[in-house]
Ligand binder design. Structure first.
Ligand code: SF4
Ligand code: SF4
Length: 190
């Protein structure tokens, strides 16, 4: 479901105090101080203990809408669901997807990604590739732990990106509801 655009009107004529930004600074400080004392009271009375997550032993269970790195959905035979149409590559604002289409004549497949790379050093996890894909073949996973020591190793190949649909169920369900999609999937895939 596309979001609506809200136009925020900028105030043209600012008074002297507003031009000094002092009232806004004091207002911001009041908000921050209010939060500080509210949290402090919650901590002192035992009502709040959720300030710190002991990562990596503890993990935050992100909302269903959470977008981690994009991955390719695998079919039962381990091949990507992708048909190499190139829509995600076109939609990607940071141009980090690289696809080389191929053909698998022995399996009757006319288009298939011979190469499908994503340069994670440029990806900004925006999810536009997921939105553009007509095959539900690229989705945003919950994976964010992808740090490495070299830029080269941040280029994820097709084999690195493949993920079983079971591991992506939460996101797939969310995306279907969000975009009002009914997937046309091969038998046994959901
Ligand atoms: S999440 Fe955004 S930046 Fe990353 S590959 Fe997809 S479209 Fe490109
Ligand atoms: S939009 Fe989907 S089907 Fe098309 S190339 Fe990208 S991942 Fe593959």
């Amino acid at each position: 479901m596309p979001g609506s655009v809200i136009q925020v009107k900028r105030k043209e004529n600012l008074g002297l105090l507003e031009r000094l930004y002092l009232p806004m600074i004091l207002k911001g400080l009041a908000v921050t101080t209010g939060h500080f004392f509210r949290n402090l009271r919650g901590f002192a009375t035992g009502k709040r203990r959720d300030f710190v997550v002991q990562y990596p032993e503890e993990r935050v269970d992100h909302a269903d809408a959470f977008r981690g790195m994009p991955v390719l959905v695998a079919l039962d035979d381990g091949e990507p669901r992708c048909v190499a149409c190139g829509l995600c590559e076109y939609a990607c604002p940071s141009r980090c997807i690289h696809i080389v289409p191929g053909e698998l004549p022995d399996r009757g497949i006319e288009r298939w990604p011979r190469v499908f790379d994503i340069d994670m050093s440029r990806c900004m996890f925006c999810g536009l590739c997921e939105e553009a894909c007509p095959e539900e073949a690229i989705v945003m996973s919950r994976e964010v732990e992808i740090s490495t020591y070299t830029r080269k190793s941040l280029v994820w190949t097709k084999e690195d990106l493949l993920m079983a649909p079971d591991l992506l169920k939460r996101r797939l369900d969310f995306v279907r509801a969000e975009y009002d999609r009914t997937p046309d999937l091969p038998d046994g895939q959901d």
